[in-house]
Design a binder for this molecule. Structure first.
Ligand SMILES: Nc1ncnc2c1ncn2[C@@H]1O[C@H](COP(=O)(O)OP(=O)(O)O)[C@@H](O)[C@H]1O
Ligand SMILES: [Mg+2]
Length: 259
């Protein structure tokens, strides 16, 4: 049975898409069958995986019932495009609108071990669909003073989803992303997240580097483009797998990191 993780934040530019892309890469490299779902109309994740811009059908077609999930699998990715913005509007008027993704993914639960969902840069209906479809929610926070506020808002939506539609939803925690820990600013922001969220804050922080934008432009994983930076994501993957109780896979990531 797949474990599904939704990666969300209250706004764009916090490193969600980069996290989904790179964690998917790490997991696949250690033999975990991993599905990545793009749930952002901007389709950044689909681009980053170097899928054709006109790839079809997409997650939007699945959510509106125009296509089955099987047909929307492209190299282990369910892509998105701008049509998803319209899908969100159409979905908004329907019964069970929050359940569409959960229903769609149910059929894949046997085939994958992990399903990662890349949420859009807002906490609207699409993100709620992700949280209803997920077993776990992971918040990505940009390393800034105002990170706390964004995390609180994302947490409120997680709580709403748990109270109303998905009582099993587990909050995995917060990743401090795009961080420059050499600055006092970043270290203080991290410390205040630690104070508020304790163990829920991941020990691993993802360092800021322009190399991420370059790797995205080229559609290449940071693990290959800059393995020295990719080490952060190996560490994050290890922490995540520990929290998911996948210790065998965690040991394989540790071996990969030691190479
Ligand atoms: N660790 C990082 N350091 C610097 N830039 C990053 C890092 N991670 C992602 N980026 C860049 O920041 C921008 C936003 O990242 P992205 O993963 O798309 O965030 P989101 O999906 O939350 O909007 C992109 O241009 C991306 O290449
Ligand atoms: Mg994104």
């Amino acid at each position: 049975m797949a474990q599904t993780v939704a990666i969300l934040s209250q706004k764009g530019g916090t490193g969600k898409t980069t996290s989904v892309r790179t964690l998917t890469d790490v997991f696949r490299r250690v033999g975990i069958e991993t599905l990545a779902v793009d749930l952002d109309p901007q389709g950044n994740l689909s681009d980053y995986f170097d899928l054709e811009p006109d790839v079809s059908p997409t997650v939007g077609d699945v959510l509106t019932g125009r296509a089955g999930i099987e047909d929307a699998l492209h190299d282990g990715i369910v892509p998105a495009n701008l049509g998803l913005a319209e899908t969100e509007l159409v979905l908004g008027g329907k019964m069970g609108r929050e359940l569409a993704l959960r229903r769609a993914l149910a059929g894949l639960s046997e085939r994958y071990e992990l399903i990662l969902i890349d949420c859009p840069p807002s906490l609207g209906l699409l993100t709620v669909n992700a949280l209803v479809a997920a077993d776990h929610a992971l918040i990505s926070a940009e390393a800034q003073y105002f990170a706390m506020q964004g995390v609180e808002q994302a947490k409120e939506v997680i709580d709403l989803a748990r109270d109303g539609l998905n009582s099993e939803l587990n909050w995995l925690g917060v990743v401090f992303n795009i961080a420059d820990m050499r600055t006092v600013h970043s270290r203080e922001a991290y410390a205040s997240l630690r104070e508020h969220y304790g163990e829920r804050l991941f020990d691993t922080t993802i360092r800021a580097s322009i190399a991420y934008a370059e790797s995205a432009e080229r559609g290449v994983s940071i693990l290959d483009y800059r393995p020295d930076l990719g080490a952060d994501y190996l560490a994050l993957a290890e922490e995540l797998l520990r929290r998911l109780g996948l210790d065998g896979a965690r040991a394989r990531v540790a071996e990969l990191a030691a190479v």
